[in-house]
Design a protein around this ligand. Structure first.
Ligand code: FES
Length: 647
């Protein structure tokens, strides 16, 4: 007779095992990660599974309970003392008695934090770099003068298979005290993120320690965002963000590099500022989650190259000029204490690799999250900030570039532009007949043409136009015939509508006649044209490198992408022609990628490999880029057709 077949979900891994095999052993043999702290003593409860009923391999499982051993005394004791949810079993105690479908519960489901456009939920399977291991250590014996630490290491090897274990120096002076306090039962935290690296004991606690945390952090030039996560359950305990205090040294990346170049202490001051902000944010998420910051044992950071360098204390000057040399492009593995993080003394840090001098670890994280290299179809992934990071590819080949879009898309350099905040106009429609606008303001429910709008807008005021509305207003002006294909405001229309008025040598459009007056000037339109031409030219360059005329799917990462309407992005020619249903905003994809790398060390290997395969294109060095840029100035542009737009 053949052995029972066991199928693990959600990974789908399966294998045959003799009757009586503990489910946890079967999982391990198949490479399915099941947490365990107590080492199968049925005390930690971390190895829980759910036994499913279901169909597989032609077997209909009538009742799985017939195919798994009944609860034994240890498991019953655990259930009595700690409680076990209905349907849950301890996989260290439950043994295989017949065909089984086993569900490994995953607490981490990310619903991309996209407010308006639903993105698919993603489940991250866990396999963290840090593991907690409980052991009972032999008491000292005068006849066997082996040190306390050495006996502890022996037990970690015997019970958990940790051979050749390194021990973090800070633990050694405390070993004797911890062993005695725990009455010879202790929990060690073992870190290993590379299969080839030696495991290291990074923490030690008396008794059974049943919780460990990690942080996933995205350091942006404007904001820093962080998740606090349980490494054992994968649950996101708290998430928060703060503004990057480096703003006081310079609004954008280049001005921060200049600050370093001009001030002898500039680098140090900015490194200190960002590290302090990260520490403050750690305090905030820990307070929210009711977690002691010293229980944080692992941290993953992603950032653009300049933020990455400043966070690590590296002078970013080289990144400010060609050839944009990174001090380090590969993943960085280090200790939290090396970068002044106030977390557990032994905590580890991992920074994802940077793709190129302009395409950072944040873009690598977004690539990990969206996985163009996992697709058959051609995926375009764009993260628009003051620089647009552009990734294009599929399973066969991925290319990447960045393009200097400037800050216009974020509302800077636009006469009435502002960041997205209450009071900012975020949606615009223009009637092509009357040329009258209506708009929607963040924080106000009514549209501007609805009764009671002014009353409703009193609380926030109407303060300016944010990035999404700038795209819309220019696109609507184009659709209403107010601006030509070349982006010139048609002055002849001034005779038809008071909305068009002369403003020096050019014309402007009056979007709001109130306090304050909000207008769209010819200069505003130029700024948007330059930004969109830079983005489109970057994309086009990559499409040429890939030898494709169209892309199959487009993913917008970052806050900007969350709010723009893909239709308007296409009307302006920000992005190439694509089925509108295949254009999606994916929220903070860099943060999601950081979380994936935190919870599963296999994802670290995955993105390191992919980044080494990605072909980097430096737009500044491509003579052809200028021409593409000029061609892309028109709306949508004069060279490429947009058939999907008219559908
Ligand atoms: Fe701890 Fe099963 S491994 S309860």
């Amino acid at each position: 007779i053949t052995d029972p077949l066991v199928l693990f979900m959600p990974s789908g891994k399966r294998g045959r095992f003799p009757i009586g095999t503990p489910v946890i052993d079967a999982a391990r043999q198949l490479g399915v990660y099941v947490e365990s702290v107590c080492g199968g003593r049925a005390t930690c409860g971390r190895c829980q599974i759910e036994v499913q009923e279901g169909n597989f391999a032609k077997h209909k499982i009538i009742s799985s309970n017939d195919h798994i051993s009944p609860k034994g005394p240890k498991e019953e004791r655990y259930e009595r003392v700690r409680g076990l949810a209905e349907g849950r079993r301890l996989s260290c105690s439950a043994t295989i008695q017949g065909d089984l479908v086993v569900d490994i519960p995953q607490d981490t489901v990310i619903n991309a934090q996209v407010v308006r456009k639903a993105a698919t939920d993603r489940v991250i399977e866990r396999n963290p770099a840090v593991q907690l291991c409980f052991v009972e250590v032999d008491q000292p014996d005068m006849h066997k003068p082996l040190g306390d630490l050495d006996r502890l290491k022996l037990m970690l090897e015997r019970d958990w298979g940790w051979e050749d274990l390194l021990v973090s120096q800070h633990i050694i002076p405390q070993v004797q005290q911890i062993l005695r306090k725990g009455e010879w039962g202790v929990t060690a935290a073992i870190h290993r993120d590379l299969e080839t690296s030696r495991p290291t004991m990074i923490g030690l606690w008396p008794g059974l320690k049943n919780e460990a945390y990690g942080i996933a952090c995205d350091i942006g030039s404007t904001t820093i965002a962080m998740h606090l996560v349980s490494l054992l359950s994968g649950r996101i305990v708290a998430s928060s963000g703060t503004s990057n205090p480096q703003i006081r040294f310079g609004e954008d990346l280049m001005s921060r590099v200049s600050y370093v170049m001009m001030n002898p202490d500039g680098r140090e001051a900015m490194t200190k500022a960002v590290r302090e902000a990260v520490n403050t944010l750690i305090g905030k998420v820990c307070e929210e989650g009711g977690v002691d910051r010293h229980d944080i044992l692992d941290a993953v950071f992603v950032a653009n190259p300049i933020m990455h360098h400043l966070f690590l204390g590296i002078d970013p000057t080289e990144l400010g000029q060609a050839p944009f040399a990174l001090a380090v492009s590969g993943a960085v593995h280090t200790w939290a204490s090396e970068i002044d993080l106030d977390v557990n003394e032994g905590a580890r840090i991992y920074l994802l690799p940077c793709i190129a001098g302009h395409v950072g670890a944040d873009a690598a994280a977004a690539t990990l999250s969206e996985g163009p290299y996992r697709q058959d179809k051609m995926m375009l992934l764009v993260d628009v900030g003051t620089n647009a990071e552009i990734i294009l590819g599929n399973g066969a080949r991925v290319v990447a570039a960045s393009s200097p879009t400037g800050p216009a898309f974020e509302g800077a350099e636009i006469s009435s532009g502002q960041r997205a905040a209450p009071g900012a106009i975020e949606r615009v429609r223009i009637d092509p007949e009357t040329l009258e606008p209506k708009y929607h303001v963040i924080g106000v429910e009514k549209w501007s043409d609805e009764e009671g709008f002014e009353e409703a807008a009193k609380a926030t005021g109407v303060t300016g136009i944010c990035g999404s509305a700038i795209i819309e207003v220019v696109a609507e002006m184009y659709l209403a015939g107010i601006i030509s294909e070349d982006g010139v405001i048609d002055g002849a229309l001034a005779a038809r509508s008071p909305r068009i008025f002369q403003n020096g040598r050019t014309f402007s459009y009056l979007l709001r006649d109130g306090e304050p007056r909000i207008t769209v000037t010819q200069n505003d339109i130029r700024a948007i044209q330059l930004a969109k031409a830079a983005l489109y030219a970057g994309i086009k360059l990559l499409m040429e490198k890939q030898g494709v005329e169209t892309v199959d799917m487009i993913r917008f990462a970052g806050a900007f992408g969350t709010f723009i309407d893909p239709k308007y992005a296409m009307v302006l020619g920000l992005i190439p022609d694509c089925d509108l249903s295949e254009v999606k905003a994916v929220g903070n994809a860099a943060g999601t990628g950081a979380l994936m790398a935190l919870l599963n060390r296999d994802h670290r290997r995955e993105i390191e490999q992919e980044v080494s395969r990605i072909e980097k294109i430096e737009t500044a060095l491509e003579p052809h880029f200028q021409q593409l840029f000029i061609d892309a100035m028109a709306m949508p542009n004069k060279v490429d057709p947009f058939p999907k737009l008219s559908e």
